[in-house]
Design a protein around this ligand. Structure first.
Ligand code: HEM
Length: 141
């Protein structure tokens, strides 16, 4: 559960990151593909190599979806409903992968945020991404 202060911090962080959504998303995806190569199988229909147009556009989509969710964390199940359905029923992504991407995003933010990545920010981002991943995995039950 995120405290009121943490929710505010999360809103501010993702608002600040929105202009660089493409860079952050691409970096997180590249980390996921490098560290957990099995995740690449879902993207075999696309060119997702370093510097590819699709890596950037897909990375941007992911970060904008997260930033949207960060605006009102209490409404995550509502905001994410279409993405839940897409990932569970259409794309059939194994839900364990959400935790892998969340972890990679955390590492990416640690790299991008510099001194802003305080222990408090780290903890809040970790909680938020865990909640986000859990909501995405809900439809599988
Ligand atoms: C598509 C978000 C995790 C695989 C998408 C889209 C968004 C999104 C916004 C585009 C939907 C659209 O075009 O309408 C997210 C978020 C995630 C997440 C926020 C977690 C934080 C994952 C994971 C995988 C995955 C872990 C697989 C390992 C895909 C694939 C597509 C997709 C294959 C379709 C790509 C295409 O054909 O263009 N996701 N996703 N996603 N996602 Fe995710």
């Amino acid at each position: 559960m995120l405290s009121k202060k943490e929710k505010q911090l999360i809103r501010e962080i993702w608002e600040r990151l929105t202009p660089v959504a493409e860079d952050i998303g691409a970096d997180a995806l590249l980390r996921m593909f490098a560290s957990y190569p099995g995740t690449k199988t879902y993207f075999s229909h696309l060119d997702i190599g370093p510097g590819s147009a699709h890596l950037s556009s897909h990375g941007k989509k992911i970060v904008l979806a997260i930033a949207e969710g960060a605006k009102d964390i209490s409404q995550l199940t509502v905001t994410l409903a279409p993405l839940q359905t897409l990932h569970a029923y259409q794309l059939r992504i194994d839900p364990t992968n959400f935790k892998l991407l969340s972890h990679c995003l955390l590492v990416t933010l640690a790299c991008f945020m510099g001194e802003g990545f305080t222990p408090e920010a780290h903890a809040a981002i970790d909680k938020f991404l865990s909640a986000f991943a859990a909501v995405l995995a809900e439809k599988y039950r």
